[in-house]
Each structure stands twice: as C-alpha cells, then as structure tokens.
Design a protein around this ligand. Structure first.
Ligand SMILES: *Cc1c(COP(=O)(O)O)cnc(C)c1O
Length: 372
C-alpha cells in the first residue's frame, strides 16, 4: 500500500471510468465513410448482438434508457388511469417514464440489504388500478424477480424491468431483461457500457410488443407514409450503434473486472466494519450482480466522503432524495428503508478502469477515514 503522503499527491480516482479505445474510433470511421449515419444496418446488428445476451428476445434500440422505459410501457398498453408500482429509491427517470406514459407511479419501499423494490411492499400496494410492477435492478443488483414474477402472475400484472444499471446481471443464471414483458437498458456515458454518451434498448417478451416499440420509436410508421399510430422519434443512430457493438463485445470482460474489484473492496472493507460505522454491500445468494455502483452505508457519510476526496478518491451519493420527495412528485409517504438508504449510502469507484493500486488506495483511504 502507498503512504498517506503519496495518496494526497496522487491524481484523483474518478467514480466512473470511460473505456473508449481504438476499436470504437475505427467503428465510427467506418460509419462516417459509409455516409449513412442515421438508423440503419449498424443498429440492426447491435440489436441482434444484444439479443444473444437476453435469450434471443427481440431487442429494439432507442435514443435513451428513459425512452426505452416509456416506449416499453406504452407498447404493453399502459395508459392514463393505470398505476405502476415503482421503488422510490432510484433515479428519477424510473418514475418519469411512468408519469410520461400518463399512468401514476405508486412509490413503495425497498429491501434494506440490496436496495431493490421490496416484494412485500409491492403486494401491499396492489389495487384495482394497478397495471404493472416496475422493479429497478439498482446498482447492478437484480431485484427479487422470482417473487415479483409470482406476484405479477397471480395478480395478472405486467412486469417492466428497469435494467438501465444492470447489463449482464442475472438471478439464478437467468439474465435480467428476460423476466418482464419489457425491459429497458441504458447506454448513457457512465453506465456499464455506452453507445457514445446516450442510448438505450428495449428487450421485448414477444414480436408483437417489439413491433409496437419499433412503431413508437419511428413516428408510428413501419413503411414510409403509412403511419399506423402516433409515435416519437426515439431512434438510435448507426454511429451510436457502431460504438455500442464494440462496447458490447468488451462488456463481459469489463463485468468480470467490476466483479473482481467489488470482491477486493469487500475483502478489504469488511475488516473495517465495526460499530456499525460502515456496511459493505452484499449480493443475494442467488444473484450475480454486475456492480454498476459499489455502494456502502455509513452513518457519517459526509465526513467519509470529505476525507476520501482529500485522499484522492471520488465518491457520490446515489440517491440523496427519494423520488417521491423530489419537487416533481412532492409526496409524503412513510418509506422507512428508502429514507434510511437516502441518508446513508455512498458509492465508491468500482469501474473496470481501476488499477490494482487504485483499489488498494480506496481501501486504505476508507480505513484512514474511519480511524479519524
Ligand atoms: C440511467 C437510468 C435511467 C435512464 O437512462 P437514460 O439513458 O439516462 O435515459 C433510468 N433509470 C435508472 C435507474 C437509471 O440509472
């Protein structure tokens, strides 16, 4: 391990690490040279290649994860008057997509161990207007899809997966994206893979839903001048898809690196878990998370974050305000686990660009912060 002095002088370890290389540049060059930049053969190839990771389900690439969620909801028939049950401990986009579909997001609590939607809370929130349940595989950890699938089936509800943080995560070796009627992935710059800054993709349970998502993506038209429904422009470009195809090929290797990094952090941090000052994240026994974020709980997280910043380790709070408390929704609800998580969480760097020295520095910096 490095000495404290070296730590102070060293360059800061960023919370997210972008891995864009020569292959991506070559791919962009190929598309630019073709002169065809908009949605075309690269998008089709990207969809087919992504589909292999989700048991061959039909995939429709779009311009963002939020568009993916919205188009997915609309494609399965969610409409005004419907209610969709969502966790309040997530990024606002989860609830925004529901609200933009015209339905009402019904916010429920999370499980304290994995930060994902609590199936018991879902069950308690089901009413006559409930149309769907939208779990979020938060931080790359799969939600309890086994129990949620059972609940959805019993009550005749759709499952919509917010898989925007969970590319290649699985539960009992079933990949996320294959549980719901639809699932949305995001390729925003800081997600586990990117299509060059923005991008998304909808995984569909069947070809009928996929066709509706394709229509909604492109002004409601399948063939020119025959617009069947009212739709959006939510298309991905071939430039984006070309980057995505390279990134997707490298994703398994990056996912393995995230898992190694998480394992290293947990091994090092577990020894510091005393007096409840720090709790390390734990995966459910049947879960294979992909560590989009490595998120600890700390009673004094602002002090911890400040010390880590001084030692050159960037951290961030995902998310300090539960969605239902944001001005956009402004609801008063009793969601104790959500409130506690919002008060205590702090994410440490876990991305695949971390070096072995980086990992060691993160652990020693946390150790130093906790002894202060
Ligand atoms: C990133 C994210 C989204 C939205 O994805 P975009 O591609 O940014 O639109 C939705 N839900 C969650 C939980 C996210 O983290």
């Amino acid at each position: 391990m490095t000495s404290p002095l070296e730590q102070v002088n060293a360059e800061s370890i960023p919370l997210a690490g972008l891995l864009i290389g020569e292959e991506e540049r070559t791919a962009i060059g190929r598309v630019l040279a073709s002169g065809m930049l908009a949605q075309g053969p690269e998008v089709a190839a990207f969809e087919a290649e992504f589909s292999r990771h989700v048991w061959g389900r039909p995939c429709v690439a779009v311009n963002s994860g939020t568009s993916g969620l919205l188009l997915g909801l609309l494609a399965i028939g969610i409409r005004p008057g419907d209610e969709v049950i969502v966790p309040s401990f997530s990024f606002a986009a989860t609830a925004n997509a529901v609200a933009l579909s015209g339905a009402r997001p019904v916010f429920v609590d999370i499980e304290p161990t994995h930060f994902c939607i609590d199936p018991a809370a879902v069950l308690a929130a089901i009413g006559e207007h409930t149309a769907a349940i939208m779990p979020v595989h938060l931080y790359g950890h799969p939600a309890a899809m086994d129990r949620l699938t059972e609940i959805a089936r019993t009550h005749g509800l759709d499952l919509v997966e917010d898989a925007t943080q969970a590319h290649l995560a699985s539960l009992d070796n079933q990949p996320v994206g294959t549980f719901g009627s639809v699932a949305a992935f995001s390729f925003y710059a800081t997600k586990n893979m990117t299509t060059g800054g923005e991008g998304g993709l909808v995984v569909c349970a069947d070809e009928l839903i996929a066709r509706r998502v394709r229509l909604l993506r492109n002004q409601g038209m399948d063939r020119r001048n025959t617009n069947e429904i009212v739709g959006y422009n939510a298309r991905m470009t071939d430039l984006q898809a070309a980057i995505g195809r390279v990134q997707l090929r490298r994703l398994p290797e990056w996912t393995a690196a995230r898992r190694r990094n998480a394992k290293f952090l947990t091994a090092g941090l577990q020894q510091l878990v005393h007096q409840d000052r720090l709790l390390v994240p734990q995966a459910a026994p049947s879960a294979q998370p992909v560590w989009h974020q490595y998120t600890v709980r700390a009673q004094q997280r602002h002090q911890l974050a400040a010390t880590l910043a001084g030692l050159g380790v960037q951290t961030r709070i995902y998310y300090p305000t539960p969605i239902h408390r944001l001005p956009a929704f402004d609801l008063h609800l009793d969601l104790p686990q959500t409130a506690a998580a919002a008060r205590e969480v702090l994410s440490l760097p876990v991305h695949p660009a971390l070096s072995i020295a980086n990992r060691e520095r993160i652990v020693s910096a946390v150790a130093q912060a906790l002894t202060e």
